[in-house]
Design a protein around this ligand. Structure first.
Ligand SMILES: *Cc1c(COP(=O)(O)O)cnc(C)c1O
Length: 383
């Protein structure tokens, strides 16, 4: 019944843990869910208010423009200048997305012919790999290893693969490893892309979720980056807006035009009232972002105490709301144990790709009280 491309999708590795979680809840276990990368905090009030006001304007009830409202794209360009010091033309270097996942999933359709290679990190946000498969491309996994600080080793990519590759996906600050990248790494990527004629897609969803004075760079801060790539961004994590579905892609205008062409034929743009809310988010006061980071940092510090007590090897994340912990043995077994013995749900690293095996991802999406409770339970665990 299903097309080959659907049948060829990797199995949903979180299904087993979802099932055990549901069973535990049914048994009355007080489950602490540290598995989902979805902010538990509400969208800031001034953004919600902007949406309410926009809803009353009938002009917003009609089809939006495909590329997004010019006022939203202008707000994006100004925000990029202010936060990243990158100059963008709102006219043709900014494209509105219905959440960044939508853009990421559609990019391969614009650039891959059947069998073309797409370089995707492993472990990773699954959409780079799946999007490439749905476009009949051939994903080539770039392992993200601790010994390389979870950056892909570009020299390890065989020359024949590099020559055949059309796309490369990267994502720093990184989900799930919480690793960050330096400008030097982005420079190497630009050189690699130029040598091999590759389009680079940098997913910068976590650029604003940073701690301890760390500032995450934009890929577009590197000279020549705009010649080879785009950056995909989202309001989901920065402004607690995962449910609103609003993101954007910026950078090379020809690449954006390719993505735009797919989108024009698939969707009809983001609801204008949501874009108005997006303008309020990007142009309004940013103390909400600082406050969220303060909260995440407190949670991070609380969780790190517990994980160290368990004897796990963890790097203190400078960004993202994830903690990537090295465990002994199978990540699924470890996650199962954590759930069965302590009522804690964490995501087995293998769910993010084969090189995620041996790790478990914890998301800081519970209050510090609940995280402390999780730490208490871990303390009592005998692993
Ligand atoms: C959460 C996340 C996104 C955001 O997705 P949206 O579709 O914008 O909600 C994108 N990339 C990564 C790596 C993420 O973790």
């Amino acid at each position: 019944m299903y097309a080959d491309r659907i049948n060829s999708l990797p199995p949903y590795l979180f299904a087993a843990i979802d099932k055990s979680k549901a069973e535990a809840i049914k048994k009355g276990v007080d489950v602490i869910n540290l598995s989902i990368g979805d902010p538990d905090l509400p969208t800031p009030r001034h953004i919600v208010d902007a949406m309410k006001k926009a809803l009353d304007n009938p002009a917003h009830h009609r089809y939006p423009s495909y590329e997004g409202m010019l006022s939203f794209r202008t707000a994006v360009a100004k925000w990029y200048k202010k936060t990243m010091n990158v100059d963008l033309s709102p006219e043709n270097e900014v494209l509105t997305l219905i959440g960044s996942k939508e853009g990421i999933a559609h990019i391969p359709l614009a650039f891959l012919n059947p069998g073309d290679v797409s370089l995707v990190p492993d472990p990773a946000y699954p959409v780079y790999n799946i999007g490439s498969i749905l476009a009949d491309g051939k994903p080539y996994k770039m392992p993200l290893l601790a010994e390389n600080d979870f950056l892909p080793d570009l020299d390890a990519i065989p020359a024949t693969i590099a020559k055949k590759a059309k796309l490369m996906f990267i994502n720093y600050p990184n989900n799930p490893t919480s690793a960050t990248a330096s400008l030097k790494f982005f420079e190497d990527v630009v050189d690699f892309a130029n040598e091999n004629d590759i389009i680079v897609i940098h997913d910068n969803a976590y650029s604003e979720m940073t701690f301890d004075g760390y500032k995450a760079p934009s890929f577009l801060n590197v000279s020549g980056a705009k010649d080879v790539g785009i950056e995909v961004h989202s309001l989901s994590k920065t402004y607690n807006m995962t449910g609103w579905r609003l993101g954007f892609a910026v950078g090379n205008r020809d690449i954006l035009a390719g993505l735009g062409k797919v989108k024009t034929n698939v969707d009809s743009g983001a609801f204008e009232a949501v874009q108005e809310a997006g303008i309020a988010a990007l142009s309004g006061p940013q103390d909400c972002v600082r406050e969220m980071n303060r909260i995440y940092k407190e949670r991070r510090d609380a969780l790190l105490v517990g994980l160290k007590e368990l004897g796990l090897t963890v790097r203190e994340p400078k960004a993202t709301f994830y903690v990537w912990a090295h465990v002994n043995g199978s990540s699924s077994e470890f996650a199962k144990l954590l759930l069965e013995k302590a009522g804690i749900v964490a995501t087995p690293g293998a769910g993010f790709g084969e090189y995620g095996e041996g790790y478990v991802r914890f998301a800081l999406t519970q209050t510090v009280e609940r995280i402390n409770e999780a730490v208490e339970r871990m303390h009592k665990l005998d692993i």
